[in-house]
Unconditional design. Sequence first.
Lengths: 97, 153
Amino acid sequence: MTGTTPRSARAIRNIRAICEENLPGRYDLEVIDIYQHPATVQAEQIIVTPTLVKQFPLPIRKLIGDLSDTERVLAGLDIVPTAILAKPPEHEHAALK
Amino acid sequence: MKRGTARRSERDPPCSQKRGGGRDRGVGSGCDQVYTLKGADETYRVMVQEMAEGALTLTFDGLILFSNQQFAGMLRCPLERVIGSRFQDFVAPGYADIVTSLFNGTEGRTAEVRLSPDGTELVPVYLSIQNVILDGAACHCLIVYGPEHPETT
């Protein structure tokens, strides 16, 4: 994410809500402000912000935008929504940049 | 079927999202530069990033949307672990009610509390709060400074 932009703020709100609802206690979220940590841009090959990088479980996935479309985010993260969940997924690790 | 369509869409390159404007900034590849239009807010962004005090933007219930490095330094916690967390998670037990009163605006706009980044160490700080509307949502802007800084009124 980038500083205090509205879209970055929405992305943080949305991903926290999605994780709390669908992965309570089973996720590890890092939120990286690339204004303050610009080296992350190269390390993670970030093109635009906000970008959500799902690192674990593999494969790595990158989702761009404010993450307001919950269905697309869940699909991108390979998460079965809690409502129809039969078996807990592996521990997730994601970083918002 | 609908879920399958959504998954295919996520696997595609993010061109549609870029065209749709669902992003904030373009970022240079192969270097550590962030390319953006220079606006009037750049001065304030740099000031908030470089100021000696901790500066935060929080949702009304305490979710940290922005923090500068100075606040993370007070907590001795990586900045990426601070942003996206709840401010209350860093407040020492016994001071939660003070923070709640500060957020609710029932006890003025300043408070003295202790932070407990690792559950044991207590860091005494002063808080100064201002409520603002950002993107249509009510938020708190918080300045955090240690006792070595003179308290201002």
